[in-house]
Design a protein around this ligand. Structure first.
Ligand SMILES: O=P(O)(O)OC[C@H]1O[C@H](O[C@H]2O[C@H](CO)[C@@H](O)[C@H](O)[C@H]2O)[C@H](O)[C@@H](O)[C@@H]1O
Ligand SMILES: O=c1ccn([C@@H]2O[C@H](COP(=O)(O)OP(=O)(O)O)[C@@H](O)[C@H]2O)c(=O)[nH]1
Length: 842
């Protein structure tokens, strides 16, 4: 985790959290006096759990309209005490919040389509509401600017503030802006209907980081941008004219301890006792939702009605308690849904109730926190039937309160929470009344042992994926994104300076060559008739052998592939092999050493393997590799469009099943999906490997030359910066060096003193293959270029180590590359001497 402390002055990183709603809402208690209460809704609950690592201020609407300057001042002062800064909207509020936000954007985001435009009411046209929306976003901008200090991070929340990133960047392009969407993002087909679609998307793309709850929502967003704006969607995010907007997934959580502790309070225990007495002899099904059409309350009641119809024996043994928290009452659609819900409650209670008992207890109100916890704790079943929901924190809160009871969560598959809690819940399609009814029955009859098992899985998830983690993950990514984009602006990677690479190689005494395997040494695999077995590029064999046999050169192949594959291919070479990103290391003697952490959980592997096999069978020319701790599905040779679609489905299957609660890294490569037990990155592993090399080779002269190249995934690109910092760090004093970078990787690095690594002459070449954006210093177009340079290095090595070297061997392997042929031809003629490379015509 990144530390945000500025050590030099002891200050914490300042953070402005900007959301439509402040965590508290003001209630007028008298003239110029206010009481402040916690605002309802999951966004506020989530944000309350965000870490205290930051010096945080909140910017948002205080929940009341204030039209008088004196009143505004009084309220602002009360809010300032709790670090809240109000935004007052005046007359714009109705058209902004009820109109554009909740009448237009909310239904679109939840796949409900646009409402009918009312041209007779000029206040209700899309245009007037859109203008109000922009005006409200400008009001936010003004308040932020007033309170902004250089270096502040600005974290914007939700669909209310989609123009804010653009407005802030227009004011000052250096403001660090992240934006997170709490609701779902719809498919492009739905978003396309929005008249202002392009402007909204363009504004979002000015942010540095965009976050979503689930992979689905993020990928909908990317494909919407691709289709509507014609920008490029990459695994990193969206690329538009060279600017990268990072898009990533951050599933929100709750503060589980707040709920766990509340359930132990005497007053909550008392409320629990009273509730149990009140519902003695009955099972309690609980629903807690804002009274919003997306929450599927009517569908819930219809499912429950069907259950009562079909299960007579349960009629007087079960009760559904529904807390329907009032919300957005000024939006007509919300009033309609309220009427609909009331109609259904009347009908069902009329049909199945008696003088002494009613099947549905429906409350049109919010409840206080303690009572809510008591309800969660005594419920036997939690019923969530959202038609679409960003996350649904109510499901998390229920699980946190169920340590004693271990009740069952019945959860809509259309809630974001289904991705995270799907393993322990009974998932339902809320539109299928019969399925909801059956799920209720299954939940009520579920044996204790199974309830316990399901609860355990979900409880573990809720405990570990807290709101605090969510906040930290987002902030950490924002921080990194910004430093990366800083780097990108400052330095666009250059083409490889071959001559320099060779000259420096020839002049150094202890060289390290680190190479990726797939896509680096295998060569491009574009030929559809090619054998799919991974093979070493035949053009490399001679060169690699020469390099590996040079006592002044150590060659390491670092791959996500497993031991068996690497061994099969490189068994005959005098080479170091780091399989599964360094979890297995084989030195030149051929012995493997394992670095798998003892507590690594690999329970997910078998289930995931089945999913990989299923998709491999159904995607011609795709294949998958399984190793001890990881699985890689590759569709480079399949039809790319089909492969991509299959990859999306495969990920859904994985998230919904085998890996839903597992500690894994999921990496979506250009043509691959990889699942790895949470492990080190290549950048971290390389430190350890370096130590081993130094130990094993009893290094006496420092490594004075590093060449590192690969077709690496973004997260593994820290391997490039590992050595890069060594160059920088050799320029700074030892003391400064220990605080040089805050990342874990560099902390490991500081152990390497200059008698192990000595790259100060710039003898470090990090070379990415075919990546537009990379942390490497240099970029080459394809693995052919890597082959080419390795062959040239091999020539130098061979010339230096052998008197009777046959140039024709190397020459034969380089038939395809005209430049190289010319170069080798030239060597033949001139009888190259070591150190002579600068004279060669490249
Ligand atoms: O502020 P309101 O208009 O009263 O609405 C309350 C909040 O509703 C939405 O909440 C979403 O955020 C939750 C946390 O991420 C998520 O679990 C849930 O699925 C979403 O519906 C809305 O996005 C917030 O802005 C509102 O504050
Ligand atoms: O009377 C109530 C009942 C519930 N909640 C809270 O409202 C939030 C609902 O969040 P969720 O993510 O489930 O949905 P949202 O309402 O944000 O769409 C949860 O944190 C609940 O604890 C509340 O504030 N008052």
């Amino acid at each position: 985790m990144v530390s945000y402390d500025d050590e030099s002055c002891g200050k914490r990183q300042r953070l402005l959290v900007v959301a439509n709603r402040l965590p508290v809402s003001a209630k007028r208690t008298g003239e110029n006096s206010w009481s402040l209460e916690m605002s309802p809704g999951g966004l506020v609950s989530g944000l309350l759990g965000v870490a205290t690592e930051f010096e945080t201020k909140w910017v948002g609407w205080p929940g009341v309209d204030v039209y008088d300057v004196v009143e505004e001042k009084a309220l602002s002062e009360s809010l300032a005490e709790i670090k809240c800064i109000p935004v007052f909207f005046g007359e714009v509020f109705d058209q902004y919040y009820n109109g554009y936000c909740n009448g237009i954007l909310w239904p679109i985001l939840h796949h409900l389509g646009l409402p009918q435009e009312d041209h007779n009411d000029t206040n209700k046209t899309f245009q007037t509401q859109y203008d109000a929306y922009k005006k409200a976003n400008r009001k936010f901008r003004d308040v932020i600017i007033e309170n902004y200090e250089e270096g502040d991070l600005v974290w914007i929340h939700d669909y209310h503030l989609m123009f804010l990133p653009q407005y802030l960047k227009e004011y000052n392009k250096n403001i660090k802006v992240g934006w997170f969407l709490h609701s779902p993002f719809p498919s492009s087909e739905v978003f396309k209907t929005l008249p202002s679609r392009s402007e909204l998307l363009r504004s979002l793309l000015t942010a540095d980081l965009l976050g979503f709850h689930t992979y689905d929502f993020a990928s909908h967003f990317v494909s919407t941008c691709t289709r509507i704006l014609g920008v490029e969607g990459t695994p990193e995010g969206i690329v538009d004219h060279g600017k990268v907007t990072r898009v990533a997934v951050f599933p929100i959580g709750i503060d589980p301890n707040r709920f766990i502790k509340a359930c132990e309070l005497p007053e909550v225990r008392q409320q629990m006792t009273e509730l149990k007495e009140r519902f003695a002899g009955k099972k309690v099904i609980l629903g807690v939702d804002r009274l919003d059409m997306i929450k599927g309350i009517p569908q819930k009641f219809l499912g429950f009605e069907k259950f009562l119809e079909e299960n007579m024996d349960w009629r007087d043994k079960v009760v559904l308690v529904q807390i329907a928290v009032p919300t957005r009452n000024s939006v007509p659609e919300y009033r309609k849904v309220k009427d609909q819900v009331h109609g259904l409650v009347g009908r069902i209670n009329g049909r199945f109730g008696s003088v002494s008992s009613l099947p549905i207890h429906h409350l049109d109100c919010s409840v206080d926190f303690n009572f809510l916890c008591a309800l969660y704790a005594i419920a036997d079943v939690m019923l969530v039937t959202s038609l679409r929901d960003g996350m649904n924190l109510v499901s998390y809160e229920f699980i946190a309160c169920q340590e004693a009871k271990k009740g069952v969560l019945v959860l809509s598959e259309f809630a974001g929470a289904a991705q995270s809690l799907g393993a322990g819940a009974i998932l339902v399609n809320p539109w299928d009344v019969t399925e909801v009814s059956s799920a209720i029955k299954e939940a009520l009859n579920m044996p204790a042992e199974e309830r316990e098992k399901r609860h355990r899985v979900n409880f573990q998830y809720v405990k570990t994926h807290s709101a605090k983690k969510w906040g930290n993950d987002f902030m950490s990514e924002l921080h990194d994104t910004f430093s990366e984009s800083d780097m990108k602006i400052k330095k666009i990677p250059l083409g490889l300076p071959q001559q320099d690479v060779i000259q420096r190689y020839s002049k150094s005494n202890n060289r390290l060559i680190i190479l990726g395997f797939f896509g680096t040494l295998t060569g491009p695999m574009n030929n559809h008739n090619e054998d799919l077995d991974l093979k070493l590029n035949p053009e490399l064999k001679g060169a690699l052998k020469a390099l590996c046999n040079d006592p002044k050169t150590t060659v390491v192949v670092m791959s996500r592939s497993g031991k068996n594959i690497l061994e099969k291919i490189f068994g005959e070479y005098n080479i170091w092999l780091a399989a599964e990103n360094g979890m297995f290391l084989r030195d030149t003697s051929g012995e493997w050493v394992t670095y798998i952490p003892e507590n690594m959980n690999l329970d997910w592997v078998d289930g995931a393997k089945n999913v990989f096999k299923y998709f491999t069978d159904r995607t011609p020319r795709s294949f998958f590799e399984a190793s001890e701790t990881s699985l890689v599905w590759n569709y480079e040779n399949a039809d790319v469009e089909f492969g991509r679609a299959q990859a999306r489905d495969l990920l859904q299957y994985l998230w919904a099943g085998p890996i839903s609660n597992a500690s894994v890294d999921v990496v979506r490569g250009k043509h691959s999906v990889e699942v790895h037990a949470m492990s080190e990155t290549k950048g971290v592993a390389v430190g350890r490997i370096l130590e081993e090399i130094v130990r094993k080779n009893s290094v006496t002269t420092p490594i004075d030359y590093v060449f590192c190249s690969g077709y690496f995934l973004e997260k593994d690109e820290d391997i490039y910066t590992f050595f890069k910092s060594e160059i920088v760090s050799s320029k700074v004093s030892q003391e400064t060096r220990s605080t040089f970078s805050s990342s874990n990787h560099s902390l490991k690095k500081k152990n390497f003193s200059s008698n192990v690594l000595d790259l100060k002459k710039g003898n470090y070449f990090s070379v990415a293959i075919g990546q537009a954006h990379t942390k490497a210093r240099y970029v080459v177009d394809s693995s052919h270029d890597v082959v080419d340079i390795l062959q040239k290095l091999a020539v130098v090595t061979t010339a230096a180590t052998s008197d009777s070297f046959s140039w024709s061997e190397v020459y034969l392997t380089r038939k395809r590359n005209a430049d190289s042929k010319r170069w080798i031809h030239c060597i033949n003629r001139r009888e190259l001497a070591v150190g002579d490379t600068e004279l060669i015509d490249m």
